[in-house]
Design a protein around this ligand. Structure first.
Ligand code: SAH
Length: 410
C-alpha cells in the first residue's frame, strides 16, 4: 500500500518535471498535462494536435453534410499558450499553502497551476509572482465559506499585437494594503504591465468579476489591434481569447459578406462591435445590435477610437430588433450573425427570413445549434454555400465555424 503511494507521488513529480521541460522548450511534443485529470479544462490533453484537428473536422463534416461542403479546418500555427486571457482563483490549502489556478472538476477546491499548456506564459508568470508576493504584503486569500479574506481571483489580459498587459486583482473589499509598492514589485519583474485594476466583488457568487473597478496603475484598460483596427479592452469587456485565429476568422466572415461599399449590413450579436467595425470600411452603413450594455458602451468607444462614422449600435435583443425592422418593412443587404453557443432564437430567424438579405454570414461557436438554425433557414429560401471551421481552442473540443449563406433566386 505504502509503496504504491510513494510510486504515484514520484510519477507525478516526474511528470511535472517532464512537462516543464517539454512544455517550454519543445512545444511540438504532446506530453500529457500534469493537471489534466483534476482541472478538466481540456478534453483532448495528450492527443496529438493532428488527431485533434481530424476529430473536429469529422464532427463538423457530419453535422454540415445535409447543407454544404466543409473546407479543411484552419489550424493554429502553434496550438500552445494561445489563451490571451488567463484567470486564476486563489485559495489556501491545509498546511497554509497558497494556491492559484482553476477549480477542480465539480468542486470549489483550487487546483494549483504553475504553468498551463494553453495559457499565455507571461500571464501565468505574473500569477505565480502574485502568489509569491501575498505573504510579504500580508494579503489573505478569500475564503468562500467564511467570507473572510481579500484576494479572490487574478485576471491577466495580454494584447496580442500591442503586447500591453492588464492585471485585474479581484478583491472582496476595495482596499489593497500598500498598493503602490505591490504594483511596483509586480512591475519590476514584468515591465510590460501597462495597467493594474482592482475589481471589487463583495458578493457571495461564483461570478469572477464584480461591477466596480478602481484603477491603481495606468489607464484602466489596454488596447489591441485586430484586422487593422484598435480595440479597447476593459476588465469586464468581452474579447476573443485567441486573437491570432480570430483575425483569420473575421477576415473570412467579411469575405463571405461579399461587400462592395453599397450595402446596409447588420452585425447581430455584435459584442464590442469588432466584426461590424471591420466591415464598415467596405459597406455603406452598419447596424450593430447587442444585449449587453457594457459591450455596447465599448463598441461606441471603439467606433470613435477608429474614426468610423457609418456604424450605429443598438442595445437590444437581436431577435426583437430584427422583428421590429421587418415589421417596419426595412431591408438589409447582408446580416452577419455571431450568436452565443446556444444559437439564435426563432424570432431572430423568422425576421431574418422576412428581411430577406442577399447574404447571411453565420459565425458560430456551437456547431449543433448552427446545424439546427441552418435546417430552419434552408427550408425558407436560403441556401448554404460553404462552411469553414477554425480551431480557436486547441486541446478543447470546441470549434468555431464561419458559414456562407445566400438567398435563393426565386
Ligand atoms: N461578435 C462578437 C461577440 C460574439 S459573442 C465578437 O466576435 O466579439 C455573442 C454575443 O451575443 C455576446 O456579446 C452576448 O452578450 C450577445 N447576446 C447574447 N444573447 C443576445 C441576444 N438575445 N441579443 C443580442 N445579443 C445577445
Amino acid at each position: 500500500m505504502e509503496k504504491k503511494t510513494v510510486k504515484r507521488t514520484e510519477n507525478r513529480a516526474e511528470k511535472k518535471k517532464n512537462f516543464r521541460e517539454t512544455g517550454t522548450q519543445n512545444q511540438k511534443r504532446d506530453t500529457g498535462c500534469p493537471y489534466a485529470k483534476k482541472c478538466g479544462g481540456c478534453d483532448y490533453q495528450g492527443m496529438p494536435y493532428e488527431e485533434q484537428l481530424q476529430k473536429k473536422q469529422a464532427y463538423i463534416r457530419r453535422l454540415m453534410e445535409p447543407y454544404c461542403r466543409v473546407k479543411p479546418i484552419v489550424a493554429m500555427e502553434n496550438p500552445y499558450h494561445y489563451r490571451h486571457k488567463v484567470q486564476a482563483a486563489f485559495g489556501i490549502v491545509r498546511g497554509g499553502k497558497i494556491v492559484a489556478g482553476v477549480y477542480e472538476k465539480k468542486s470549489h477546491d483550487v487546483v494549483d497551476i504553475e504553468q498551463c499548456l494553453i495559457e499565455n506564459e507571461e500571464a501565468d508568470a505574473i500569477i505565480r509572482d502574485v502568489k509569491a508576493m501575498l505573504r510579504s504584503f500580508k494579503i489573505k486569500t478569500y475564503d468562500e465559506d467564511s467570507g473572510y479574506g481579500l484576494l479572490r481571483h487574478v485576471l491577466v489580459r495580454k494584447g496580442y499585437h500591442s503586447g500591453q498587459i492588464m492585471v485585474v486583482l479581484v478583491l472582496a473589499s476595495p482596499v489593497l494594503p500598500s498598493k503602490n509598492n505591490f504594483v511596483k514589485a509586480l512591475r519590476k519583474n514584468h515591465p510590460d504591465i501597462s495597467t493594474v485594476v482592482i475589481n471589487v466583488n463583495d458578493k457571495k457568487t461564483s461570478m469572477v468579476l464584480g461591477g466596480r473597478n478602481i484603477t491603481v496603475y495606468g489607464k484602466g484598460f489596454i488596447e489591441d489591434e485586430l484586422c487593422g483596427l484598435t480595440f479597447r479592452i476593459s476588465p469586464n469587456s468581452f474579447y476573443q481569447v485567441n486573437p491570432a485565429q480570430t483575425e483569420l476568422l473575421y477576415r473570412k466572415a467579411i469575405e463571405f459578406a461579399g461587400l462592395t461599399g453599397r450595402e446596409r449590413v447588420i452585425d447581430a450579436y455584435c459584442g464590442t462591435g469588432t466584426i461590424g467595425l471591420i466591415a464598415a470600411a467596405r459597406a455603406k452603413e452598419v447596424m450593430g445590435v447587442e444585449l449587453n450594455k457594457d459591450a455596447i458602451r465599448d463598441a461606441i468607444t471603439n467606433a470613435k477610437r477608429n474614426d468610423i462614422h457609418n456604424i450605429k449600435f443598438y442595445n437590444a435583443d437581436a431577435g426583437e430588433f430584427m422583428t421590429e425592422m421587418a415589421e417596419r418593412g426595412e431591408k438589409a443587404d447582408a446580416v452577419i450573425m455571431d450568436p452565443p453557443r446556444t444559437g439564435s432564437s426563432e424570432a431572430f430567424l423568422a425576421s431574418l427570413v422576412k428581411l430577406a438579405p442577399k447574404r447571411v454570414v453565420y459565425v458560430s461557436c456551437g456547431p449543433d445549434s448552427l446545424a439546427a438554425d441552418l435546417k430552419y433557414l434552408t427550408k425558407r429560401g436560403f441556401e448554404v454555400k460553404e462552411c469553414v471551421p477554425f480551431d480557436c481552442f486547441a486541446f478543447t473540443r470546441h470549434t468555431e465555424c464561419v458559414v456562407e449563406i445566400q438567398r435563393k433566386h426565386m
